[in-house]
Ligand binder design. Structure first.
Ligand code: SDX
Length: 393
């Protein structure tokens, strides 16, 4: 408090922006949200409280939290006509394709929160995006498996609602397991925001042109889809399944080190962390806890993941290049144990990251000096030359 805490990572000239929301110290493996460390938030807080912290800068009082949770809970329904967007996709469409399309289309339904010059509309758009993303992700899943959409309920928490919309069916009572909802909420929290990662930078760049909030968030979802970014959790579990048993790990570590081989260890390495990703540490603890509680403590994939991590961290290549497990290394194992198909891993990441995108979108718009993002380039192409007629070429 008091002193303005500024952290110059030494490359201010290339810093994308100033921000007060999330701080990462890659060397120490530290992640703070408005100053609070992620391990404490994961252990003591819950996702909607972290949403409030990211959006408004301070932990809420009991009354502020109650009002915020009421607002979010009562905005979880989608305009009924939006169902037709889902039904326009093939059943085998990747849920990320559906999320990009449906979130972008929200601008066509929620006109009264698209004027970015109006702070009140910005507030409404923020709440709508955070509230409706679980419904959109759950309905993308239901549509892909041919089951009827399940509507959100106001008597459930944010994580309970998402699980209920994903796994309930009209034909039977579905009781949300508190162990699953606690694990789900923790996964939401661990993915909430992460400084200027590729998808957040995409949102900021889109917002700098004055695009409406739904278009900006749809752009962030599209960027997150990439396997080097948010798609890594799906790619990581698929990699662990391809490895199968621990005896095959050396073969894959050798491939990851081979410059001629494009294969990389999914869930390993990070642009910023040159130490453990603190989220991976919490996720690993959750994996043990959730799998034990789900009675799959002898999960062979988890055993392979732990052995892969051990062997990679003992290998000079990974050690010297400071490559450690990142947030995606263990998350897929938990999500699969909870009953999600791999195609839903990145949509869950997108759902979780919506509050980070929205918080940074609001921060960008609140900056009176906001200029359109217009990166320059280093031109290395042909010098000036005159046109040559085709008969002279
Ligand atoms: C996320 O930015 C964020 O904050 C993103 C994220 C978030 O919350 O938003 O944290 C979420 O995207 C996490 C990252 C998920 N992606 C993966 O797990 C995919 C596998 N990892 C990589 O593709 C890679 O590590 C990146 C893309 C994440 C980072 O790549 P860089 O920038 O090349 O990493 P680096 O500069 O630290 O690499 C140093 C060296 C390079 O070799 P050299 O050129 O020095 O010879 O390590 C190599 C890389 O080739 N390397 C790997 C590797 N990751 C980097 N080699 C093998 N396996 C890997 N996973």
């Amino acid at each position: 408090q008091g002193d303005v805490f500024t952290y110059d990572p030494g490359f201010t000239s290339t810093a994308a922006c100033e921000s007060t929301i999330t701080f990462i110290d890659g060397e120490k493996g530290e992640l703070l949200h408005r100053g609070y460390p992620i391990d404490q938030l994961a252990a003591k807080s819950h996702y909607l409280e972290v949403c409030y912290l990211l959006l408004y800068g301070e932990l809420p009082t009991a009354e502020q939290l109650e009002n915020f949770e009421f607002t979010i809970t009562h905005h979880t329904m989608l305009h009924e006509q939006m169902q037709y967007f889902f039904r326009g996709f093939r059943r085998d469409a990747h849920p990320m394709a559906v999320m990009v399309g449906v979130v972008g289309a929200m601008a066509a339904f929620y006109h009264d929160s698209t004027d970015i010059s109006d702070p009140h509309q910005r507030e409404i758009a923020s709440h709508r995006l955070i509230a409706k993303m679980p419904t959109i992700a759950a309905w993308a899943y239901k549509y892909s498996i041919g089951q009827p959409f399940v509507y959100p309920r106001n008597d459930l928490t944010y994580a309970e609602n998402f699980l209920h919309m994903c796994f309930a069916v009209p034909a039977a009572e579905y009781k949300v397991d508190p162990i699953l909802s606690r694990a789900m909420d923790r996964i939401f929290t661990l993915h909430a925001d992460h400084e200027q990662n590729a998808s957040t930078s995409t949102v900021r760049l889109a917002s700098s042109s004055g695009a409406n909030p739904f278009a900006c968030i749809a752009a962030g979802i599209a960027c997150l889809w990439g396997p080097a970014h948010g798609g890594a959790n799906q790619a990581c579990l698929e990699m662990l399944k391809e490895i199968g048993t621990p005896d095959r790990i050396p073969e894959y570590i050798a491939r990851a080190k081979d410059k001629e081989d494009p294969f990389r260890l999914m869930g390993f390495g990070h642009r910023v962390y040159k130490n453990f990703d603190p989220r991976a540490t919490v996720m690993k603890q959750s994996a043990d806890e959730v799998l034990d509680l789900l009675g799959v403590e002898n999960n062979p994939i988890l055993a392979t993941a732990k052995e892969l991590e051990k062997q990679a961290l003992e290998d000079p290549y990974f050690h010297d290049k400071k490559l450690f497990p990142n947030v995606d290394f263990y998350s897929g194992i938990i999500l699969e144990a909870m009953g999600f198909p791999t195609s839903m891993f990145t949509p869950i990441f997108a759902l979780s990251r919506t509050v980070g995108w929205v918080s940074q979108w609001k921060e960008q718009l609140a900056d009176p000096t906001m200029k359109i993002g217009r990166p320059r380039q280093l031109y290395t192409g042909a010098p000036f030359r005159d046109y040559v007629e085709v008969e002279d070429r």
